[in-house]
Design a protein around this ligand. Sequence first.
Ligand code: CA
Length: 759
Amino acid sequence: MFARLSMFVAACILQASPAYADQFRVTSQGEYFTAAKAVRAGDTIILANGTWRDFEIILTGKGTKDRPIVLKAEDSGKVAITGQSNLRIGGEHIEVSGLVFRDGYSPSGEVISFRRSKADQARNSRITEIVIDGFSKPGRFDDDYWVSLYGKNNRFDHNYLAGKTNKGVTMAVRLDSNESRDNGHRIDHNYFGPRQNLGSNGGETLRIGTSTYSMYNSGTIVEDNFFENCDGEVEIISIKSGGNIVRRNVFVASRGALTLRHGNNNVIERNIFFGQNKDHTGGIRIINENQTVTGNYMEGLRGTGFAGALTVMNGVPNSPVNRYVQVSNARIEHNSILDSARITFGAGSDAERSAAPISSVFADNLMSSSDEGRFLEADDDTSGISFSNNLVISGNISSQISAIPVQKLALARAQNGLLYPVGEAFSNRGAPRDLVVLPRNQAGPVWYLKPAANSGFDTGNVVTVAPGEDTLGAALASAKAGDRLQLAAGEYTVNKTMLIDRTISISGPVDSTGSLNVAGAIIRFSRPALFEIAEGGNLRLTAVGIDGAEAPDNVGNSVIRTSAMPMQNNFALELDQVSVSNLTVNKFFDVIAIGKSTMADRIIIRRSTFSNITGMVLNAAAETDNYGQYNAEYVTIEDSSFNGVQNGIANIYRGGTDESTFGPHFKLTNSRATQVGNNKNSAFGTGLLLHGVQDTTISGNSFRDSAPIKIVQTVGVPITVLAGNSFGAGAQPVIEEMFYKGPSRVEIRGTKLTAAGAK
Ligand code: CA
C-alpha cells in the first residue's frame, strides 16, 4: 500500500473551514493508478525515486488555482521514465514536475499530451521541469510529437527537450478543436537543445497551429526560451495561426528560421539570434498579414534563401490556405541584423508566387553584411514596402530597393553583449539598448546538465596495433569513443566485419619525414564488408591502404556500409590519404554504401586514391520514396584520384518536391578521374550522378575516358557551379531540370573539352 499521509496545508488557514491535502507516495504503477483515482484538489502524488519502465501516466481531475492536483518526482531528476512510456493530463489545475523521460520512446503519437482524450483537454495546468532526452522512436520516419499542447491557459516552462531524431515536430500547439483556440498558453524558460538535421520536412522544433486551422487565433505566448543547435529543417519555429507573441527568446547556432508560415497578427519582438557563422543559420521569415517584427537582434547568420536573416516572401494571389498569403501591412522596425549574409524582399517570386508585399513598413533597422555578396536582395517589386531611417553599415544592395544609405559606422559591445553604434549619431537605429540575452542557465531545469560540445575524433587515447590476423578487430573491441587505433607498418587481416558504434579513428604510420605513409599499413578483409557503421558510430580513416582482393565472391560487397537497421543518429565518415584498390571479386563492390533510413552529417574524402573497383566510391541513393529524404548532408571530395571505378564516383539521390531541407551539399574539387562510370552493365552509365542536390561545386577536376557526369535539378533554388574542369571524350556534363523552366541556372565556366568530347 502507498503511504497516505494527511497534512495540514498552511495556506488553508485563511479559508473558512480547514482543508486537508493528501500526499500519496507511490512505488509502483498499481499504487500510482489507485492514487490517481483518489486525488482531489490540493493532493499531491509523489513518484518514488528510481526507474519507472513502460509507464503510460494519466492524470486528470479538478484542482483549483490555490489547490492544484500535483504529480511530482520524489526528488527532481531522480525519477526516470523509460521504455514505452508517455504522459497525458486532462482536467484543470494539474501540475506535473521533476520527471526525466529517457531510454525509450512513446508507444503513441505523443510523449506528453495536454489532453487525456478528445473530450478531456487540460485547462489552467502546468508542466514544469520535465526532461525529454533522446526519447525518440527508433525509425527515423516513424513520426510523433514530443509535446502537444491542447486546451486553454496551460503553461509549459523550465523543461528540457533535446535529441529528437525521428520525424515530427518537437513541440506542437494544437488548434484542432474550439476548446484549443484563443488558448492563452504560455511556453517559457524552456531549453530546446540539439535537434540534428532530419533530412526531410517534419523537423520543426516548435509549431503553433496547422494550415487547416490557421485562420484561427492561437494567442500563445512563447517567451524567454533558449534554442540551441535546433537544426531539424528550414523552420525552427513554424507559426501557423494568428495572434501569437514570440519574444525574448535566444536562438544559438540553429539552422533555419522562425517562420510566420500561416495566420495573421503575430508579434515577433526582442528575440536574439546568434548564428555563430554556421551554415544556414537564419532569422525571421514573414508571410501573411499584419505581422509585427520589431526590436530583434541578429548576428553572425549565414543563411540565404528561405533561411536568410530576414526574408519577406512573395504570396500567391487568392492563395489557398496551404500556400502563401501575400504579405500585407507588415511592420519591420528597429531590428539589428549584423554580420549576416542575406535579407530578401519578395522571396520565392515565381509564376505562382507572384504577389509582392504591400502596405508594409521597413524602418529604423541597422544592418551589416558578412561578405561581399548580395546582402539586401529583391526578388520582386519592393514598391509596396516603405523604407525609412534604415542604415546599412556594409553590404551590397539590390538596385530594386529604394535608397538605403550605406555608411561606415563603428560598433561596440555593450554590457548586454550586443553590438550598438558608437556615439550619438545613429543611436536610435537598430535594436533597443535594453535587450537582455537570456542566460543559458535560466532555461530548462537547473538540475539537468545541458549538452557539452561533441567529443569528436581523436579526443581519447592512442592505442597502438601490431600487424597480423585479427589484431585490428581485437583492438577495436576494447577501444573507447574518441580513441585512435594507431597501426604500425605491415599487413592486417580482418575476418569479422568491424562494427563502428562509437567514434573511432584508425590511422596508419607516420614516416621519418613526419608525413603519413599510405603504403605503410594495408588492410585486407574476408567478409562482405570491412566496416559497418551502427547507431552512435563515427569513423575516420587516415593513411591506410585497403585491398579488397580477399573479400568473398558476392555481389554487392562494400568496404564501409551502414547498419541494415534504421539509424537514429546522424554519423560522420572521413577518409584522408586512404588508398582503396582491387574491389573486383564480383559486381557492384562499393567503397561506401549508405543504407535506407540512415543519414551522414558529413562524408569527407581527401587526398585519397581509388582504383579497380566494380561498384562506386559513394552510393548514397537509398531514399527512393521521393519524400524529400536523402542519405548525406555534406559530401566533400578533394585532391583525390579515381581510376577504373566502373559505376562512377558517387550516386546521391534526393527525390520529391518538398522544400524543407538545405541539403544535400556536394563538392568535388582538384581530383582526377580516369575510366570512371564505364560499366556496360551499370544502370546509370555516368561518372557521377547527382539528383536533387541543393548545393553543388565541381571545380578543378579532370575526367578522362569516362562516362558523363549527370546532374538532375529538382525543386528549390539549387546552387550549381562547375568551374575549371576538363572533360575528355564523351564525359562532358549532362544537366537536366525536372520542373524549372527558364534560363540555365547552372554556372559553368572555365571548362575544357577535348576535341572528341565537344558536341
Ligand atoms: Ca516544415
